[in-house]
Design a protein around this ligand. Structure first.
Ligand code: ADP
Length: 281
């Protein structure tokens, strides 16, 4: 217990938020690409955990926000990173003027409240977090809280959803089969040009013609991947370029700062991407 006692309750990360604050109140804009809405809904109703696979900035987070809104459940999102430990998720003892007390972590609160728990980039988290995922994702649907000795049964409306970017993975940081075979997997990718045009126009406020040009640009740059580009331009970056253009920045300049310089530091690769930009704008 001692090792898990934290001082300084005033630190913002230890502030307790009411679970209602995690409700998605207004409908997020989400343009379905395939049958992902039906798949997620069916999984939710059947208590089947969901793994969202796909490159960065292709709409995974937006999709989960939309589903949380549609299902009327609170959404607890955790961006996983290498320092994230099991007690960050489950909770810890805090020391304040009244003495020591236990504070539920975000995972515990999500499990109790029947929220959708979204662990973004789950392979980045420490190994001890997978110990928590396993009992939550089988028929038991429980969360063992080691420090208090409690076992919490998940609310009937709870669902665990994780995301994972297959491009980033190294042999060391792969999702173990014993973990991934507890989920159904929905594959995401950048949307087809007509759909991406719609999304870019809607999200950036640029006109239809500019949005179409940006979607075509995204498509062409993604084909450069064989030439050493680790990851293509995400929908998010195309939207950034569109937003700069909406604010009066010239298209080539907007694409340079939003896309070319963001995607690569190598002058040669930058020149190749720039050429693609100039073939369109
Ligand atoms: P990821 O979680 O895959 O990294 P996000 O969900 O944050 O990506 O997507 C990045 C941005 O792209 C979103 O903020 C949204 O503006 C836009 N976007 C991508 N796909 C869609 C979609 N299908 N419908 C609506 N917006 C989308």
């Amino acid at each position: 217990v001692e090792a898990n006692v934290e001082l300084l309750e005033d630190e913002p990360q230890y502030k307790e938020f009411a679970i209602e604050e995690f409700l998605v109140r207004s409908e997020p804009y989400y343009r379905p690409v395939s049958d992902e809405l039906e798949l997620f809904q069916a999984a939710y109703e059947q208590h089947i955990p969901v793994l969202l696979k796909g490159p960065t900035g292709c709409g995974k987070t937006r999709f989960v926000e939309y589903m949380a809104w549609k299902l009327g459940r609170p959404l607890v999102t955790i961006a996983c990173h290498e320092d994230l430990t099991a007690s960050d998720l489950v909770g810890r003892y805090l020391l304040d003027a009244q003495g020591t007390r236990w504070i539920d972590g975000p995972m515990t609160r999500a499990v109790k409240a029947g929220a959708i728990l979204y662990l973004d980039e789950v392979v980045e988290a420490r190994k001890d977090t997978t110990v928590l995922i396993h009992p939550l994702t089988d028929h038991r649907r429980i969360l063992p809280v080691e420090n208090t000795g409690n076992i919490i049964e998940a609310d009937d409306r709870f669902l665990l959803c994780i995301s994972y970017n297959p491009h980033y993975q190294s042999a060391l940081k792969d999702l173990k089969h014993s973990t991934r075979q507890r989920f159904i997997s929905i594959e995401f990718d950048y949307p087809p040009i007509d759909v991406e045009t719609e999304i870019v126009a809607k999200e950036s406020g640029c006109n239809e013609e500019q949005a179409y040009a940006l979607a075509r640009l995204g498509d062409k740059i993604r084909n450069l991947r064989e030439h050493g580009l680790a990851e293509g331009a995400s929908t998010r970056l195309l939207i950034y370029a569109g937003r700069l253009m909406t604010h009066g920045i010239a298209p080539r300049r907007a694409c340079q700062v939003a896309i070319v310089w963001t995607l690569s530091d190598e002058p040669e690769l930058q020149r190749s991407i720039e050429e693609v930009v100039h073939s369109i704008f």
